[in-house]
Design a binder for this molecule. Structure first.
Ligand SMILES: [Fe+2]
Length: 197
């Protein structure tokens, strides 16, 4: 279930809201022009699958988004834990890439086919931390200040949509706010402990 925490953005962030109520999450995100929609999950792909399998499973939904919103590129980002000694370093590097606050010149649109990731949207003095799970399609408008945390042991499969190759370049703001707000793993642990209910 999707989980939203809203924090203040000061030196010691305070929780203003924590909820798993889908209606509240959608309405709260709508206030900052972020859209969250749900697609029916293909259960067999929640823990993996090839790029082709993922795109084939969600073919109709992907085609609809591409047609409605004019995306030219669709790809699949996947990271799942492995015992391979060569796995931790690229996983750490992948996590670091967008862990600091940044913007893009294009919308950032992702559908989670499996696993989890937290998008942090920093708007109007508040940080909206959206813990996304299988079935979540999140659309972050271009120029929205945000960051993304996949956790210390990344585990997710996501379909990404974009208009052009350059849209994925991050314009980093230099604001250290992302270092002050609880990360993916802390939010997942808190949810597991039932704190949102
Ligand atoms: Fe981003």
């Amino acid at each position: 279930m999707t989980h939203l925490t809203v924090y203040t953005d000061g030196e010691t962030p305070r929780r203003l809201l924590e909820t798993e109520d889908a209606g509240v999450i959608t309405a709260t995100l709508k206030e900052i022009d972020v859209r969250l929609r749900r697609w029916e999950v293909v259960g067999a792909l929640t823990s993996g699958g090839t790029r082709e399998e993922v795109l084939a499973a969600y073919r109709q939904e992907v085609a609809r988004v591409v047609a409605e919103e004019g995306y030219a590129f669709v790809d699949v980002a996947r990271l799942h834990p492995s015992d391979d000694p060569g796995w931790p370093e690229p996983a750490r590097a992948a996590r670091e890439k967008f862990l600091a606050e940044h913007t893009h010149d294009d919308d950032e649109v992702r559908f989670f086919a499996g696993g989890t990731g937290v998008f942090y949207l920093h708007v109007g003095g508040r940080v909206h931390a959206v813990l996304c799970e299988a079935g979540d399609l999140l659309s972050v408008p271009k120029n929205t200040t945000h960051w993304f945390d996949m956790g210390a042991r990344p585990d997710f499969t996501a379909i990404r949509f974009f208009h052009d190759d350059d849209g994925w370049v991050g314009n980093f703001t230099g604001d250290p706010v992302s270092t002050r707000v609880p990360g993916h793993d802390a939010i997942v642990a808190r949810r597991a402990a039932g704190k949102a209910r």
